[in-house]
Write a protein that binds this ligand. Structure first.
Ligand SMILES: NC(=O)c1ccc[n+]([C@@H]2O[C@H](COP(=O)([O-])OP(=O)(O)OC[C@H]3O[C@@H](n4cnc5c(N)ncnc54)[C@H](O)[C@@H]3O)[C@@H](O)[C@H]2O)c1
Length: 254
């Protein structure tokens, strides 16, 4: 059985991934701000460093996989906090842990979103991809729109994954992303309760082509599949798991 590390395993999609992996007999090292093996705030460079050091210490022989699930939604303020957690809290850990995953010829599954292609500020996305946390967070707050910060952070994570999947594959690491649609988790409940964004997200939830919003298990099913040998020819893929919303909104964008 393997050893996996993940972030954001306390609730929602991450908790479902953690449960499925543990049920299959794997060891799962969880980083989160609560209910975790390693308590660390991925919004800060110190928290990221704590997480990386503690994972290295717990899995010196390597990791079968790493799944950075930690994230916050568009209702979080200031918008720069979304950038710090969703983009820099993902990419910094992925880069630091790649050698550990390569040692076991393992897999990574990153969390995109079906809001990634919905339009965000190009300067913001480019600053993320340039690794310039100061410029990216300043731009996020200058625009002052959580939806832009959120969608842009997920677009940047996805582009980052696509740009690095070839080099990672040469090291033996298969890296893919899942792009969830609206899924019932504490993140979504937070957005639904938001004064500005609540009405729009509720009506978005009513328009899912398959009829209802997702549940964490449906996302975990696909994430654990991507981690498994059954997906051993999948690399650099972005898999939309959204009840058909992306196809509905962008039918010809392919
Ligand atoms: N729920 C959705 O509709 C949806 C849609 C698209 C993408 N996603 C993505 O899926 C991932 C999981 O989200 P979820 O919906 O399960 O949300 P969630 O709120 O249930 O889970 C997020 C987890 O991240 C942790 N976390 C938050 N801030 C952190 C920080 N600073 N440091 C460490 N851990 C932190 C939380 O404690 C929690 O355990 C996120 O990356 C999210 O952007 C979710």
């Amino acid at each position: 059985m393997g050893t996996y590390a993940m972030t954001g395993g306390a609730t929602g999609i991450g908790a479902a991934v953690k449960e499925q992996l543990r049920e299959a007999g794997h060891e799962v090292i969880v980083v989160d701000v609560k209910d975790a093996d390693i308590l660390a705030d991925l919004a800060t460079p110190e928290g990221r460093r704590t997480a990386i050091d503690a994972i290295r210490e717990r899995a010196p022989e390597g990791l079968e996989g790493f799944i950075p699930c930690a994230g916050v939604g568009p209702s979080v303020s200031p918008p720069s906090k979304i950038t710090r957690i969703n983009y820099f809290g993902t990419v910094e850990l992925v880069e630091a842990l790649e050698p550990l995953v390569a040692r076991k010829r393992g897999c990574m599954v990153l969390l995109s979103s079906n809001s990634a292609p919905m339009g965000s500020d190009a300067r913001y996305v480019d600053a993320c991809l340039a690794g310039d946390e100061e410029a990216a967070t300043a731009r996020a707050d200058e625009i002052g729109d959580g939806q832009n910060a959120y969608g842009g952070s997920k677009l940047a994570v996805t582009r980052w994954m696509r740009r690095h999947s070839t080099a990672y594959a040469k090291d033996g690491v298969r890296m893919n992303a899942v792009a969830p649609g609206i899924t019932r988790t504490p993140l979504t409940e937070h957005v639904m309760a938001d004064e500005k964004l609540g009405a729009a997200i509720r009506s978005f939830g009513e328009s899912v082509p398959t009829g209802q919003i997702g549940v964490p298990r449906q996302l975990a099913n696909v994430i654990t599949f991507l981690l498994s040998p059954a997906a051993d020819f999948m690399c650099g893929s972005v898999v939309f798991v959204d009840g058909g919303h992306d196809a509905m909104l962008r039918p010809d964008d392919f």
